[in-house]
Design a protein around this ligand. Structure first.
Ligand code: UDP
Ligand code: MG
Length: 318
């Protein structure tokens, strides 16, 4: 029978973790009793350098049941790295891994359907939100615009899929071979190939605690996603440059003609051009800079995370 690991990244989740743990344990016990997964299945909490009681709570959970295990990262490395740490650990023991958020906004009852797809031979099953009715208007607008924009830029992300997904051990092994440091799993996982499927679910509101993705982090995450998966913005800049060059040729002719007719007027047009071109130049340099920065970070090949402590009976018995 297959061993399932549920990987849950946690950053300052002291308000939610106990409730989530209880629900997840019920789910795993239910799956075990229906012989869907083996008794070796585990819920793996990855503590992403929380500054609150999260790790202490994980320790208590681990004491209360062997089904709970934990990884403590050296410091806050971000959700994507925490997920990666969990996946890399889990694949040593698991045949199949499901990742989800600690606030259980994702519907864990969908895991049954994901396992069905896995049994049918899928290596990756994406949890896709059927609607965003429960999101704030702002989150819904920005998130959907982001997915559309990503696809327009040529990065193959799954619409309305976040990080709730099932992966077989084979798929996680493939993921390990992507060595990039700027992790954007939603962009990388579709590149693995293999058989995939989608299951839909309704995403709930966060029960307790607050989002760990304030606007600033959301923007930086979106920028990472775009610049890690598409070089189209660079192409757009080049095209823009060509268009502007063409316009400036027309302006040149216009300036020459007006020089011989009605000279000094053009104050406003000069002002507008200076601002317009100046802004455009700065923006373009910024975009190029984003990519240069990415290359710089990648070239250093820095390790993505360090594990400080592992709570797992299996590890101890080895
Ligand atoms: N998270 C993390 N490290 C971080 C930020 C977030 O591990 O630096 C985790 C967080 O604990 C949660 C998941 O990532 O399990 C998603 O975060 P959140 O629910 O705040 O995001 P939202 O649902 O608001 O997009
Ligand atoms: Mg959430």
């Amino acid at each position: 029978m297959n061993t399932l690991y549920i990987v849950v990244p946690c950053y300052n989740e002291q308000e939610t973790i106990e409730y989530s743990a209880k629900r997840l344990l019920e789910k795993v016990e239910d799956l075990v009793s229906h012989s869907r997964v083996s008794t070796d299945s585990r819920i793996l909490f990855v503590n992403d350098g929380s500054t609150d009681q999260t790790w202490d709570l994980i320790k208590q959970l681990h004491k209360s049941s062997v089904a709970f295990c934990g990884l403590d990262l050296s410091c806050n490395k971000g959700q994507q790295n925490a997920l990666m740490a969990g996946l890399m650990y889990a694949k040593e023991y698991a045949d199949v891994v499901v990742t989800l958020d600690a606030d259980l906004q994702d519907d864990i009852d969908v895991i049954d359907k994901m396992l069905d797809k896995f049994d049918e031979g899928c290596d990756v099953v994406y949890g896709v939100r059927s609607s965003r009715r429960k999101d704030s208007f702002f989150k819904k607008m920005t998130a959907e615009a982001f997915y559309r924009f990503m696809n327009f830029l040529g990065a193959k992300t799954i619409f309305n899929h976040a990080d709730f997904r099932l992966m077989s051990r084979r798929a996680v092994n493939a993921l390990e071979q992507f060595e990039e440091v700027n992790l954007f799993l939603r962009g990388i996982v579709p590149l693995i190939g293999y058989n995939t499927a989608i299951v839909e679910y309704e995403r709930k509101r966060r029960k307790a605690g607050e989002t760990k993705y304030p606007f600033r982090k959301m923007v930086s995450f979106a920028l990472d996603g775009i610049t890690s998966f598409s070089i189209r913005p660079l192409r757009i800049i080049t095209l823009l440059g060509v268009v502007i060059l063409f316009v400036s040729l027309i302006m040149l002719v216009y300036a020459l003609v007006s020089f011989f007719t009605d000279a000094v007027k053009g104050w406003s047009s000069i002002l507008i051009s200076i601002w317009g071109i100046g802004g455009l130049t700065l923006f373009s340099i910024g975009v190029v800079g984003e990519y240069v920065g990415k290359t710089y970070l990648e070239s250093k090949r820095r390790p993505k995370y360090f594990v400080k402590e592992i709570l797992d009976e299996k590890k101890k018995s080895q």
